[in-house]
Design a protein around this ligand. Structure first.
Ligand code: ARG
Length: 279
């Protein structure tokens, strides 16, 4: 039954002028989740069924709502009123491939998974590391980036390797893997900050001895703050993926297909190169 509707919608859509089709989707789907005359409308019907909170879910409007924490350059950060970065561009490319509009909302990092779980957002792309605990709460797409937690210290610090962190004051961003893994440091005194940059400023001011944070943001922050350096030895190696609501296989599969296309076509690498220049 649903499949028929989709087939009809797709056929109608292909018969229509593409722009007109997209335009209709945007205006009509807000009131009619089951709009049968647009491709986006048809997809919406499916999306609405896969999320419990389908009614509020913005996927019901031919639109994908992404949540992120835009304090994480080069993956997501504010550029005047816009949220830009690798994740924003990847999400936009995925939404384009799905024929959906993209809306990005900014929130605290530790609110991202709850927002996806409650259906307030369709997905989160936030330089989010795949880990077993998070897998209990959300489903992850295929990974799209290699990452690492690194250690930032002041120039001349006696901390030269991860093992030297024992008993030290360590700054992290709340709820990140840096926060989680710093918990393993013997007698470590963990200081949590809302933003990674705030942890780095605390380091500059001598309020913490080291910061554990993701490698690429670390490079950006160290560049912006004189007198700091990144230790050669990483704290952990990890991988980033997008997270969707548990059980939303429809969206997960579409996103994985789009990610594969972006990888195969070299588009993903192009996006990365746009934000990460000389290594
Ligand atoms: N990769 C780390 C994690 O998953 C940190 C991500 C922080 N992302 C952000 N947008 N602030 O926990």
């Amino acid at each position: 039954m649903k499949k028929n509707k989709i087939a009809v919608a797709v056929a109608l859509c292909m018969a229509a002028v593409l722009t007109a089709c997209g335009g209709t989707a945007k205006t009509e789907t807000t009131k009619a989740a089951g709009a049968e005359t647009t491709k986006a409308g048809a997809e919406t019907t499916v999306a609405a069924e896969t999320t419990k909170a389908g009614a509020e879910s913005s996927a019901a409007g031919g639109k994908l709502v992404m949540v992120t924490n835009a304090e994480f350059p080069p993956y997501e950060y504010h550029d005047n009123n816009d949220i830009v970065g690798i994740d924003a561009d990847i999400a936009k490319a995925i939404a384009d491939k799905m024929g959906m509009e993209l809306e990005i909302q900014d929130m605290a990092f530790d609110s991202l998974i709850p927002a996806v779980q409650s259906g307030k957002a369709d997905f989160t792309a936030a330089g989010m590391t795949v880990n077993e605990d998070r897998k209990k709460n959300v489903d992850f797409t295929d990974t799209y980036a290699q990452a690492a937690q690194v250690i930032i210290v002041k120039d001349g610090s006696e901390i030269k390797a991860p093992a030297d962190l024992d008993g030290k004051k360590i700054g992290v961003q709340t709820g990140t893997t840096g926060d989680i893994y710093a918990g393993d440091i013997k007698d470590g005194n963990i200081q949590r900050f809302n933003k990674g940059m705030e942890a780095v400023m605390a380091l500059s001011q001598g309020k913490v001895d080291a910061v554990v944070i993701d490698r690429e943001p670390a490079k950006v922050f160290v560049k912006e703050n004189a007198g700091l350096k990144i230790l050669d030895e990483a704290f952990t190696e990890e991988e980033y993926a997008i997270a969707v609501k548990k059980g939303n296989t429809e969206l997960l599969e579409k996103m994985n297909a789009a990610i594969k296309e972006l990888k195969d076509s070299g588009e993903l690498q192009k996006i990365v190169d746009k934000y990460i220049t000389a290594k």
